[in-house]
Design a binder for this molecule. Sequence first.
Ligand code: 6PG
Length: 241
Amino acid sequence: MTVIHRMQSPEELAAAATEYFLEVARESIEARGMASIALAGGTTPRPTYERIAAALPVSSLDPLAFYVFWGDERCVPPDDPMSNYRMAHGSWLGASVIPGDQIHPLRCEGEAKRGAAEYEEILRAHFPGREWPRFDLIFLGLGSDGHTASLFPGSQLIDEDRRWVAAEFAESIGGWRATLTPMAINAARNVAFLVEGKEKSEAVRRVIVGEHDPSHWPAQIVEPSEGQLHWFLDEAAAILL
Ligand code: 6PG
C-alpha cells in the first residue's frame, strides 16, 4: 500500500513525519520489543530528526528499544560535513539517550566495498536468520535525478539480488557511496520518503506516476514486498501530481 501525504509546508511535513515515526516506533516496540530504523541522509530529514529529538524524551517510548542504522552513506569520515551520520548525530542522536552500541554508523571511508560488506555483517547480526533485513522503518530522500539512498541513475545495483549493502562509485557525484540495496529496502515493514521543494517536483511525478523506468528513476524500485510505502511531500514537491 502507498500513502501520499501532501503537506502545506516543510514545517508541516516534518511534523507529520515525526508523528508517523512515533506511531511506527510505538507499534514496533509493542509488537516486538524494539524499533529498527534506517535513516536517510541529505538535508531534507534534518527538521524531522530535530522534532524526533524533542518528541522522544516526552513520549512513553523507551529509548533503549531503538536500534538506529543508515540507509546509505557518503564514504567520508563521520566528522566530515558531508557525512549522513554527522547530520543525524547533530540534529538528534548526539543528544539522545539511545545507547551508543545501538547506533550503527555506516563506515565506508577508505575501502568502500569492505565498509559495505562489514555493514552487511552488522545488519545480518541484527536480523539473524533472515534472507533480507526487516527494518521497521526506512526513511528515504529523493534526488532531483530520481536517486534514492545511494541508488543513482544507471547504477548496476538496481538489479542487485544478493547483497544487503553495496558500495559503488557514483559518477554523477564523483564519489564513492555505500547503500542498502533495493531488495533490502523493499523487505522493510515501512518505508517513508521525505521530499520537499519545487526542484524535486519532476522527479516526484516521474517516480510516482511516470512510466516504470527504474534505471533512469531509481526511486521507482522502492516497492515494499510486505510493507507500507508513505510519501511525505510538501506542496512544492507535489505540484505536478
Ligand atoms: C544522500 C541521501 C540521498 C538524499 C537525496 C536528497 O546521502 O545524499 O541519502 O539519497 O536523500 O539526495 O537529498 P536532500 O534531502 O539533500 O535533497
